[in-house]
Design a protein around this ligand. Structure first.
Ligand code: FES
Length: 368
């Protein structure tokens, strides 16, 4: 587990001075001077933006007080203000914890029909302040026993692997590593120059770029993951721990392959999206009541309650939108909901409901 942030001299001093600033906190005055000095909320200043590809951008963020460094592979919640509305998304940290400037990077790929990621890629600029959370997640290499990694990544799923590779190289601890990376074309490979330089200069790092689209085609037409491909590119895959991140189709193919081979325990997956189970044919939607917001709305059996709330004009708290961060948790006050990942019904009043991965099952009432 990540350790709690260590109090710095500045934060200890701020706490002592707080007693004179009551009922506000010193932090509230100080953040008017520099938002990064606030101890009441964590923010980061954008200090650099860098275009990795035509639709992927790296932001370098300088976090404020109370930040704690991440483990390579972890993610962070980032608040994005757009036209007076506040959105939150979770992004993997792409830099190594060993950076010596107390900054970190996130690398965001614009989703063509999305709202938040295109805004980040096109509009966020140096000098902007963004609210952030602390690093979270358990997708990282173990400290205790060294492993031989096989990274299998696709698109922006490269970010956790990049953080791990940068960290291993910074510590001079890179073991024999194979990396299979999927991208539509050569020019779409995020971190391409650095990856290719690593492949040239690090004798223990082997990179296989797999380009999945023919020019002029919008859909993947080649390069699909399969048994022959992994046998050819990484013949010793049965001796390795696999760290994979990418779209649901690739993750499903990997799960199937490693399950068939009896090696599921060596497959570690970080997902972009929650993996939803099949919904029973007799599932029904119903009326959802958000009690504290005094809002009622009809909802289908398969729409996550977070989206239902947003479509009703509410702005509920959320982070990853895929069942990881628990920022969207609320309490069930009546009726039933279905966990879309498992298909299981939740009907005990008082149960915790993760609204980003649960849908109503008949009528339900939530404490939101
Ligand atoms: S938003 Fe992260 S668990 Fe729901």
């Amino acid at each position: 587990m990540p350790s709690a942030p260590k109090p710095t001299l500045t934060s200890q001093l701020m706490r002592a001075i707080d007693s004179f600033a009551f009922p506000l906190r010193t932090s509230h005055y100080v953040e008017l001077v520099n938002p990064l000095w606030s101890t009441s909320k964590l923010q980061a200043r954008v200090i650099k933006v860098w275009d990795e590809t035509k639709d992927a951008r790296t932001l370098t963020l300088k976090p404020g007080l109370n930040w704690r460094s991440h483990r390579a592979g972890q993610h962070v919640r980032v608040g994005i203000p757009i036209d007076g509305e506040h959105f939150t998304r979770t992004y993997t940290i792409s830099s190594a914890p060993e950076r010596n400037d107390d900054a970190f990077t996130i690398t965001v790929k614009a989703i063509s029909d999305g709202k938040i990621s295109p805004h980040i890629v096109r509009n966020i600029k140096v000098g902007d302040y963004l609210p952030i959370g602390l690093p979270q997640g358990d997708f990282f290499l173990p400290d205790a026993q060294p492993v031989l990694p096989l990274f299998i990544t696709a698109g922006s799923g490269i970010t956790p692997a990049m953080s791990m590779l940068r960290s291993l190289i910074a510590r001079d601890r890179l073991p024999d590593t194979v990396h299979m990376h999927y991208a539509p074309h050569e020019l779409d490979v995020i971190f391409a120059a650095e990856l290719r330089a690593m492949a040239r200069t690090q004798s223990r790092y082997t990179l296989h770029e797999i380009h999945t689209h023919s020019y002029g085609e919008l859909k993947q037409s080649k390069g699909y993951f399969n048994a022959e491909q992994i046998d050819e590119l990484c013949p010793d895959w049965r001796t390795r721990d696999v760290y994979a991140c990418g779209p649901p189709g690739l993750m499903a193919a990997l799960e199937q392959h490693f399950d068939n081979a009896g090696r599921s325990q060596y497959l570690h997956i970080e997902r972009f999206l929650a993996d939803f189970a099949a919904i029973p044919a007799d599932a029904v939607g119903g009326r959802v009541r958000f009690r504290r917001s005094a809002t009622d709305i009809d909802a289908s059996h398969d729409m996550p309650l977070l989206r239902v709330a947003e479509e009703a004009g509410l702005n509920p708290p959320h982070g990853c939108r895929m069942g990881i961060c628990h920022t969207c948790n609320t309490t069930l006050l009546g009726g039933a909901v279905r966990d879309l990942r498992t298909g299981k019904l939740i009907s005990d009043v008082g149960s915790v409901v993760q609204t980003c991965v649960c849908a109503t099952a008949g009528d339900c009432e939530l404490d939101q």
